[in-house]
Write a protein that binds this ligand. Structure first.
Ligand SMILES: [Zn+2]
Length: 652
């Protein structure tokens, strides 16, 4: 099977932003997923270097146009490399191969009688490279709400494409191919745009910068192909048009064109298919428009460069807030953008939401699973994976349904639902470890039971690596490395099979997959109520939570192994607590009620998944539950199980 996915080629008049990154990440995720399936993938992106706008941007910097576009193309390539985007072809419209494709394509339009010379008169916006009717202008300026710049009156002979001829055929095609335009609600916009009447499209300009019209076309002297028509043809160039017929037959039509909504209705969903019909070529299978990201409520698109953050500073911020390696910050950004907002709708880009996703979904659900399993394998099995055991039905079923969920989502480009399906698998795996409580099996000396749980949990991590690999390729590599599978040949079908993780092999070096963010407020809020009894709001102020929210709390029985005073802090004690599979340090504000020596051996209830906080220079990793009478620090009383329970048992 072949799979051909494209991004638009980006204008190089401005630097790449997270908006450009969004489109390119989505295409990369599809490409990676299809490669995992063993498909022959062609994933293309590139830069749109023709057009008057680039000439002006070059002039503004005092550069020759070619020097400027060379520099900018290099910037885009570098950015995509930094975001782990693995394209197969990076096309630049100033390349010779593209010039040949454009000219051949225009000859085909001409042969079909769809080009004619007319007089173009109209208001032209240089910024949008678009002509507008007088009636469309707003206060005499460009009607694009993102632009609003002054327009200039242009009157010159120009070539026109008989766009108007294709309205009926387009409507029929859209009706007969339900999956052609996505999302559904934008398809309706396209249909009304066509029904409103298509005007023939001006497809040439007098300019020295651009692809010259073929000389076989009348009055081609001094005319170049209008930049939008020129840009769209890149999708054919990359597939081998017109020189490499074998390649073209293999890859064309594209399986999916992905772009932002601003270039969907007028270009990718109408003009482009009409041009292809005229040239006698098949139409792309799917054309998908995603929404805009907004920042602080302001709409951002490529014509408003500067407002949207560059990917580099966002990655730096993630890495410095959390202490994660750069490659993991890349994966966090990729994950956030596809999980946060349904693909197709607008969304607000928020650093806070990004770090929230990092903490909840990546550090907790994904990272925590690995860091619960591997230390136990290290501790109980000398760092070797136990021999494969039969499938645990709840894990295998969850894996199969995660695969199905992702496969369906990849068809409809519903990345969010796909990731939700994968996260249901991770929840099932975390639940499995909770229920089986391997630390108790170890204590009870149940070796066979312990082997089965440890193997199954590690096998679940191997499956998780395959499931997340398209969205988070670096994370998948790291999970495999820590499982001792460095260099493992991954494939999609491995995600729904059990027992592939070899037994007896040594696990790799353990490092936190997604280190937990260091909350900047840790010092001020004291790291939990046990440390700051007076900060508790009254019950009236507290909002209701759902059962699902409650389930996020990892409450466990622990046992105090050691306690000591913290110099200079008369209310605080530093405790060492055994919570089953590990020992944690926790700071608790209970020194006025308990002496350190009274605490050793006490059973307590702890919140095991509270973000760590540093309190008086001591890193507190978890919180001990206690009750007290407001205003009376001496009344603090620890919450303990009413009858003894093993350490690590979950409380709910
Ligand atoms: Zn404009």
């Amino acid at each position: 099977m072949k799979f051909y996915v494209t991004t638009p080629i980006y204008y190089v008049n401005d630097e790449p932003t997270v908006g450009h990154a969004y489109t390119t990440i989505a295409a990369d995720v599809l490409a990676r997923y299809h490669r995992l399936r063993g498909d022959d993938v062609l994933f293309t992106t590139g830069t749109d270097e023709n057009g008057q706008k680039n000439v002006e941007a070059a002039e503004a910097q005092g550069l020759e146009a070619q020097v400027f576009v060379d520099q900018m193309a290099a910037r885009f390539r570098q950015e995509w490399g930094d975001l782990s985007i693995a394209y197969d072809d990076f096309i630049r419209t100033t390349e010779k191969r593209h010039g040949r494709a454009v000219q051949s394509f225009f000859e085909a339009l001409h042969r079909n009688g769809d080009l004619y010379v007319g007089e173009y008169e109209g208001w032209y916006c240089v910024s949008d490279e678009t002509y507008f009717r007088e009636a469309d202008l707003i206060d005499g300026r460009c009607p694009n709400p993102e632009c609003g710049k002054a327009v200039e009156w242009v009157s010159e002979p120009a070539h026109f494409f008989r766009f108007s001829k294709y309205g009926e055929r387009l409507l029929k095609y859209i009706e007969e191919h339900p999956g052609f335009l996505l999302p559904e609600f934008r398809k309706n916009e396209v249909v009304s745009f066509i029904k409103g009447g298509l005007r023939d499209a001006c497809v040439s300009r007098k300019s020295a910068w651009g692809t010259p019209l073929p000389s076989t076309i009348p009055e081609s002297e001094g005319a170049v192909v209008y930049v939008w028509a020129d840009a769209l043809i890149n999708y054919l160039t990359c597939a081998g048009y017109p020189d490499d017929e074998e390649r073209f037959a293999k890859y064309w039509p594209a399986d999916v064109h992905i772009m932002a909504k601003d270039i969907f209705v007028r270009f990718h969903a109408t003009l482009w298919p009409a041009m292809l019909m005229s040239a006698g070529l098949p139409l792309p299978k799917r054309v998908m428009a995603h929404g805009y990201w907004t920042l602080g409520g302001e709409k951002i698109s490529k014509s408003r460069g500067g407002a949207m953050p560059r990917p580099g500073p966002v990655l730096n911020a993630i890495a410095s807030e959390t202490g994660c390696p750069r490659s993991r910050a890349v994966d966090a950004l990729r994950y956030y953008m596809l999980r946060e907002v349904p693909f197709g709708l607008d969304g607000e880009f928020s650093g806070e939401a990004l770090l929230g996703r990092y903490a909840d979904d990546l550090a907790n659900d994904l990272g925590n699973l690995l860091h619960r399993v591997l230390p136990m394998i290290a501790r109980y099995r000398q760092g070797r994976i136990p021999a494969p055991t039969p499938p645990e039905p709840e894990l295998l079923e969850a894996a199969v349904s995660a695969c199905k969920g992702w496969e369906e989502a990849a068809e409809t480009l519903d990345f969010r639902s796909g990731l939700e399906a994968i996260w249901r698998f991770l929840s099932a795996a975390n639940r499995y470890v909770d229920h089986k409580a391997p630390w108790s099996l170890a204590k009870a000396g149940d070796q066979e039971g312990l082997d089965r749980v440890l193997y199954s949990a590690a096998e679940a991590m191997r499956i998780a690596a395959v499931l997340v690999a398209s969205v988070m390729p670096n994370t998948a590599d790291e999970i495999e490395k820590q499982l001792g599978l460095d260099g493992w040949q991954r494939s999609w079908e491995q995600a729904s099979r059990w027992g592939l993780l070899p037994g007896g092999q040594e696990i790799g070096e353990r490092t936190p997959l997604f280190p937990r963010p260091e909350p900047s407020r840790a010092a001020s809020d004291g790291g939990g109520k046990a440390a700051r009894p007076d900060s508790t709001p009254s019950s009236k102020e507290k909002a209701m939570i759902s059962f699902k929210e409650f389930q996020k709390l990892d409450l466990r029985v622990g046992e105090v192994l050691g306690a000591e005073a913290i110099p200079g802090a008369d209310k605080l004690l530093k405790l060492t607590v055994d919570i089953g599979e590990e020992q944690r340090t926790m700071v608790a504000g209970i020194a006025l009620s308990y002496r350190p020596e009274d605490l050793v051996g006490k059973k307590v209830v702890v919140v095991a998944n509270l973000e760590p906080a540093t309190i008086r220079g001591v890193r507190s990793d978890g919180m001990i539950l206690a009750g007290w009478v407001k205003g009376d620090d001496k009344s603090i009383t620890l919450v303990a199980p009413e009858r003894p329970l093993p350490n690590g048992v979950s409380v709910s």
